[in-house]
Design a protein around this ligand. Structure first.
Ligand code: HEM
Length: 500
């Protein structure tokens, strides 16, 4: 067949353009439905992609909320999206209509990376039996972790002691705390999943953390949006292998660790950790095609726990230490409370929390003021649903702008300031406003919340029990403005940890 030239080429181009425009109209038909939320006008094919700053989506959403209100719509490529802002819209959607808003959107890049009906892990699993089974399993393993030799609290307490010992080796000289916080928190997940902690200089731990960081980068910014909008690009020669090399390498590493674990697994003994408990479930589920307990899903679930449970908690701790060096008066009050309630003679315990309202308020205020997951995780509406009087059609992706709740002027006295008083009543007792929801709400709320709370309290109090933190002499005050990707993290900063 000869090459098309002249008029024929023009006709083909016009036909393709008309076809694309019709397809575009088809994808946008929701916008004309009655009571569909307002939003900025999309352009053909790209929708609103070019109107958003993917390096700082919370700020783009902040401006759009001022223009369009608490519930506004966007078109990301051909994906219809509704963004929910403020506590009442988010609660109404996630709690009052939880049955209709707990699904996750299907993500072509994950499907390309191996998602199948019974291999979805937990975080991005569709709302159905496989998700329910794995969520229940992870939660009960977290709850019953005492079934191994050590309780989860013991693991965290011992890890906090290792972290303090390593901080002490810095001899009060300036250092970047982020890498050590990451290692300590990753070790807690590793203890839960593999019953094993790594020494901080173990190259396997460094490799795992490097891949987890890679994975977060791969999911941020423009590229995933473009590939999800035009999944055909995923099949372009080696593109996805290059863009998602971190995902793939992490999966290989976890496969190796699980295989290693399997060699030492004795089904006759009580499970040592989550992997043992999962392997036992795989045995039980043999011959049951409906079960989500299988080798591939073990990899997906463990990968989810490492990814969701490491940088979230360690970045919150990094914010906490940063805010302590920027607010030495607050740091001193926390240390005073630690000295009164715990002293220097023993390690902090979870039971101390109830007697430490100020420390508890500081940790909550860190999470409010510098919330690491400003936009939560996307949900999808599985049935036409009404929120704040707007109609959100089935199939629409929901983004819960948790950052808008944490800064809502109608809830917080000083939304843009670091002010632990937000969580204290007039008598100095700890109070938690309903709008505080860093872990989201409803059936998909963070399943690691109890563990995260335990880690934040035990790591933070252990560190402040042993050290006074300060900005290194001669260095400018570090900024409390962060960098926003999938997570909102502090810019790299150094501190000095001087033994008390
Ligand atoms: C400060 C620490 C943490 C914060 C702020 C946080 C926050 C969140 C948020 C906002 C979500 C999305 C909820 C939604 O879809 O509406 C989530 C989901 C999730 N988190 Fe966390 N998280 C933290 C720590 C952890 C830890 C330590 C673990 C692991 C043990 C964990 C495991 C998960 C999982 C598995 C999900 C998915 C739940 C589901 O889809 O059913 N998170 N988290």
């Amino acid at each position: 067949m000869g090459l098309l030239t002249g008029d024929a080429l023009l006709s083909v181009a016009v036909a393709v353009a008309v076809f694309l425009l019709l397809l575009d109209l088809l994808h946008r038909r929701q916008r004309w439905a009655a009571r569909y939320p307002p939003g900025p006008a999309p352009v053909p094919v790209l929708g609103n992609l070019l109107q958003l700053d993917f390096q700082d989506l919370p700020y783009s959403f902040y401006k759009l909320r001022h223009r369009f209100g608490d519930v506004f719509s966007l078109q990301l490529g051909w994906t219809p999206v509704v963004v929910l802002n403020g506590p009442s819209a988010v609660r109404e959607a996630l709690v009052d209509h939880s049955e209709d808003t707990s699904d996750r959107p299907s993500v072509p890049i994950y499907e390309h990376l191996g998602f199948k009906p019974h291999v979805q892990g937990v975080v991005m699993a569709r709302y159905g039996p496989a998700w329910r089974e794995q969520r229940r399993f992870s939660m009960s393993t977290l709850r019953n972790f005492g079934l191994g030799k050590k309780s989860l609290e013991q693991w965290v307490t011992e890890e906090a002691a290792c972290l303090c010992a390593t901080f002490a080796t810095q001899d009060g000289l300036p250092f970047y705390p982020k890498a050590l916080l990451n290692k300590a928190v990753c070790n807690v997940i590793s203890s839960l999943v593999f019953g094993h902690r790594f020494e901080y200089d173990d190259p396997s731990l460094g490799r795992m953390l490097g891949l987890l960081e890679e994975l977060l980068k791969e999911e941020s910014g423009w590229m995933p949006q473009v590939l999800n909008t035009f999944p055909l690009l995923l099949h372009v020669l080696g593109l996805s292998e290059r863009v998602f090399s971190g995902h793939i390498a992490l999966s290989v590493l976890l496969d190796e660790l699980v295989a290693e674990h399997r060699r030492t697994w004795d089904p006759a003994q009580p499970p040592r950790d989550l992997t043992d408990a999962f392997l036992a479930e795989i045995e039980k589920a043999k011959g049951n095609p409906a079960s989500s307990f299988n080798q591939e899903n073990l990899n997906a679930v463990t990968s989810d726990l490492f990814a969701a449970g490491t940088a979230t908690t360690s970045s919150t701790l990094a914010w906490a230490l940063l805010l302590m060096i920027l607010h030495p008066d607050v740091q001193r009050r926390v240390q005073q409370e630690i000295d009164e309630v715990i002293g220097q003679g023993r390690r902090p315990e979870m039971a101390d929390q109830a007697c430490m309202p100020f420390t508890n308020a500081v940790i909550h205020e860190v999470q409010r003021f510098r919330h690491i997951g400003p936009l939560g995780t996307p949900h999808m509406v599985s049935r036409d649903t009404e929120v704040q009087g707007f109609l959100i059609p089935k199939g629409t992706t929901l983004i819960t702008n948790l950052s808008s709740i944490m800064k809502d002027e109608t809830v917080w006295d000083k939304p843009l300031k670091f002010y632990p008083g937000h969580f204290l009543d007039t008598k100095g007792c700890f109070v938690k406003p309903d709008a505080f929801m860093p872990f989201s709400a409803g059936p998909r709320t963070c399943l690691g919340e109890p563990l995260a709370r335990m880690e934040l309290f035990l790591f933070f109090t252990s560190l402040l029990q042993h050290f006074s933190f300060s900005v290194p002499e001669g260095q400018p005050q570090p900024s409390d403005h962060g960098t926003c990707g999938i997570l909102f993290i502090p810019q790299p900063y150094q501190l000095c940890a001087v033994s008390r």
